[in-house]
Design a protein around this ligand. Structure first.
Ligand SMILES: O=C(O)c1ccccc1NCC(=O)[C@H](O)[C@H](O)COP(=O)(O)O
Length: 227
């Protein structure tokens, strides 16, 4: 089955909802502009109470390298997700697994002029070409929503995905218990990522998280192969 990452853990209870639902990875958001931002000390307190066998991911956007190193070490992160305009050079030589996030807009005209970025595309071909510059462990493709880097609950047009990336591909953006089985069937990603789609009132919801993971099981697929 596709791997599942639940993003935007804000409390110990959120983390346990994700883990007990069967998530393979949980993510703490260190992007200050995000409503899901968590202070690194608070994240560390939660992480130190967690059971083993769950990947701990930190989400960053254009954070100075020294600061990422500090937070990763403090919080014992295992995976770094770069959600801003980080260059290929920046993304190299980390002693952690790395994921580079890109956003895909449905149409060129959707992209506001002031939001042009090396991580924002309206065509799969352009995204694919840019991804070839990056020596990371996986790519995450999210939806574009004006004025936000992620976590908006908006999906993109999955039919724009056209051909494999060179590294495992994590599908994100507007996934929820009602659409994720179809998304997995159509896209056949290595993994899926969700924030808004398993929340109620800003907290991770046990029923939604379980329904989400059950639906991923129904969609199956890992690396494009049904198992
Ligand atoms: O979740 C956020 O608030 C966020 C803010 C800024 C950068 C990244 C952010 N989230 C990263 C993720 O991996 C989210 O899970 C992804 O954007 C999907 O979110 P959603 O559409 O809400 O499921």
């Amino acid at each position: 089955m596709a791997r599942v990452k639940i993003c935007g853990i804000g409390t110990y209870e959120d983390a346990m909802v994700a883990i007990e639902s069967g998530a393979h990875a949980i993510a703490f958001n260190f992007v200050r502009a995000s409503k899901r931002y968590i202070n690194p000390e608070k994240a560390r307190d939660i992480i130190l109470q967690l059971p083993p066998f769950v990947s701990i991911v930190g989400v960053f956007a254009d954070e100075p390298r020294y600061s990422v190193e500090e937070i990763a070490s403090l919080c014992r992160l295992q995976v770094l997700q770069f959600h801003g305009q980080e260059s290929p050079e920046y993304c190299r030589r980390w002693s952690y697994h790395t994921i580079k996030a890109f956003r895909l807009a449905d149409a060129k005209n959707d992209i506001a002029k002031q939001e042009q970025s090396n991580a924002l595309f309206s065509s799969w071909t352009a995204l694919l070409e840019e991804s070839q510059q990056y020596d990371v462990d996986a790519f995450l493709v999210d939806a574009y929503s004006p004025g936000a880097l992620g976590g908006t609950g908006k999906a993109f047009d999955w039919s724009k995905i056209d051909g494999p990336l060179s590294k495992p591909f994590v599908l994100a953006g507007g996934l929820n218990p009602d659409n994720v089985a179809e998304a997995v069937r159509i896209v056949k990603p290595y993994g899926v990522d969700v924030a808004s789609g398993v929340e109620v009132g800003g907290r991770k919801d046990p029923a939604k998280a379980k329904a989400f993971i059950n639906a991923v099981h129904k969609g199956i697929s890992l690396y494009g192969v049904s198992i």
